[in-house]
Design a protein around this ligand. Structure first.
Ligand code: GDP
Ligand code: IMO
Ligand code: MG
Length: 436
């Protein structure tokens, strides 16, 4: 029987979604992206090869698996083409396995210009620290009903008329409000048409194809990008991305009924990281050599895949995780990068916060309240042995098992998978998401 699994990040992104999606693809006929854009950076390590994927779903490395980009994704066609070229140069066939929804809003030059000009104009304390890829302005155009959608590019006259109107508006904002240069109509027009031509054979009715896969008994994997705490509604607003990153978005962003999402796997790093600005209650000092934050940063190689920025590091925040579990309807957790904590003598788990003199057990809404949250910690013993590469639960040091058990106890959800290294087989399976 067909079973559909949704993989989402429960923190601020970079939880290791790509590794787990790739690992799960042996059970799926297709992998679907349903939100975000090329702000995502999903790293897959398979033997000597490392793949950094932004838009192409993480099913592409497994032969025979189909990949879909749903209508909820904002599409930089030029970037997609360069990603396809890199993959194909490495011997991975993409073009005959990738299907793209014609409903995707297209990221064009003025979105990137707006994203960067806005960030430049913000005072230091107000900068979001976006990836500068034009994601926010493209979602704004979508919601305000002026977006160019992929299908618009195949009607030259209509696209030209639409683009003229849009540029009149955006160039006014760019020059008059943001003090930036205007964007040239012809450059955007010619580039978009040339790119559109190249991806035309991959455009398909994604919603209908996914329905057909399920109908014939095939299972699907929905690959979230970013993380729940970056969700436009539920995250630490306004320090968030501009899409819904939660599991429910898999339905709207791919055109499947919510009843067909059977299991939600919440990917959770054994500690926390955040790239870009915004409140982070359990943040640690990363500079002092040998300190826990420094170990997370160095051993965890916590540098952003997309922008190369250093990721901020901190203790695992269970008050935030519990919020994510509720919002996503998490069926089971996958704890990743447990090995990064190897050798720390003491670990801390944030179980709640003090906020205005009161204890709260769940992450509050919005950045202002979160900024005032003082974490309450529970201290646990670390372990001296190694978890790196462990493939069975019994191999884990007792203190590591105790750490995981405590997470299950506080969050009231089972840890179904544990990741102990970047490679596929560096994984402990307790309950299979496709079998559960
Ligand atoms: P994503 O955006 O959620 O897909 O995560 P990223 O790929 O941006 O960041 C996760 C990084 O950690 C990647 O470099 C992975 O190769 C690596 N990784 C994933 N799981 C593990 C793990 O269990 N242990 C270690 N040491 N590295 C991991
Ligand atoms: P993956 O899928 C981590 C962050 C940016 C910034 C904020 C808004 O690899 O987990 P945007 O360009 O989206 O408008 O930036 O969101 N951000 C991510 N952080 N992982 C990601 O994706 C991210 N995608 C966006 O750093 O703080
Ligand atoms: Mg990433």
């Amino acid at each position: 029987m067909a079973k559909n699994v949704v993989v989402v990040g429960t923190q601020w992104g970079d939880e290791g979604k790509g590794k787990i999606v790739d690992w799960l693809t042996d059970h799926a006929e297709g992998v679907v992206r349903f939100q975000g854009g090329h702000n995502a950076g999903h790293t897959l390590v398979i033997g000597k090869n490392e793949y950094k994927l932004n838009l192409v779903p993480s099913g592409i490395v497994r032969e025979g698996v189909k990949c879909y980009i749903g209508n909820g994704v904002v599409l930089d066609i030029h970037h997609l083409l360069s990603e396809i070229e890199t993959l194909e140069a490495g011997g991975i066939k993409v073009r005959d396995r990738l299907r793209i929804s014609p409903g995707c809003p297209v990221i064009l030059g003025y979105h990137v210009a707006l994203d960067r000009a806005r960030e430049a104009q913000r005072a230091a304390c107000d900068k979001i620290g976006t990836t500068g890829k034009g994601i926010g302005p493209t979602y704004e155009d979508k919601v305000s009903r002026r977006a160019v959608r992929l299908y618009d590019l195949y009607d030259r006259e209509r696209f030209a008329a639409k683009l003229r109107d849009i540029l009149e508006y955006h160039n006014f904002v760019l020059t008059q409000h943001l003090g930036a240069d205007p964007v040239d109509f012809q450059t955007v027009f010619d580039q978009a048409l040339a790119d559109a031509d190249k991806i035309r054979p991959m455009i398909a009715d994604v919603s209908a194809e996914l329905y057909a896969v399920n109908k014939s008994g095939g299972s699907l994997l929905f690959e979230g990008a970013q993380g729940t705490l970056l969700d436009i509604d539920h995250g630490t607003y306004p320090f968030v991305t501009s899409s819904n990153c939660v599991a429910g978005q898999a339905a709207a962003g791919a055109g499947v009924g919510p009843g067909r999402l059977h299991y939600v796997l919440g990917i959770t790093k054994a500690y926390c990281t955040r790239v870009g600005a915004g409140p982070f209650p359990t943040e640690l000092d990363m500079e002092t050599e040998g300190a826990p934050g420094n170990q997370m940063s160095v051993k965890g190689r916590e540098f952003g895949t997309v922008t190369g920025r250093k990721r901020r590091c901190g203790w695992l925040d269970l008050a935030a995780l519990k919020r994510s579990i509720i919002i996503n309807g998490v069926s089971g957790l996958c704890i990743t990068k447990l090995d990064v904590l190897d050798g720390l003598t003491e670990l801390r788990l944030c179980t709640g916060y003090m906020l205005d003199g009161q204890r709260v057990d769940l992450l509050p809404m919005g950045a202002d309240e979160v900024t005032h949250c003082e974490p309450i910690y529970e201290t646990m013993a670390g372990w001296s042995g190694t978890t790196y590469g462990a493939q069975t639960w019994d191999e884990l040091p007792p203190e590591a098992r105790a750490y995981l058990h405590r997470i299950e106890e506080i969050c009231e959800v089972s840890i179904d998978v544990v990741s102990t290294g970047p490679e596929r087989d560096e994984t402990i399976l307790r309950r299979h998401p496709f079998g559960a």
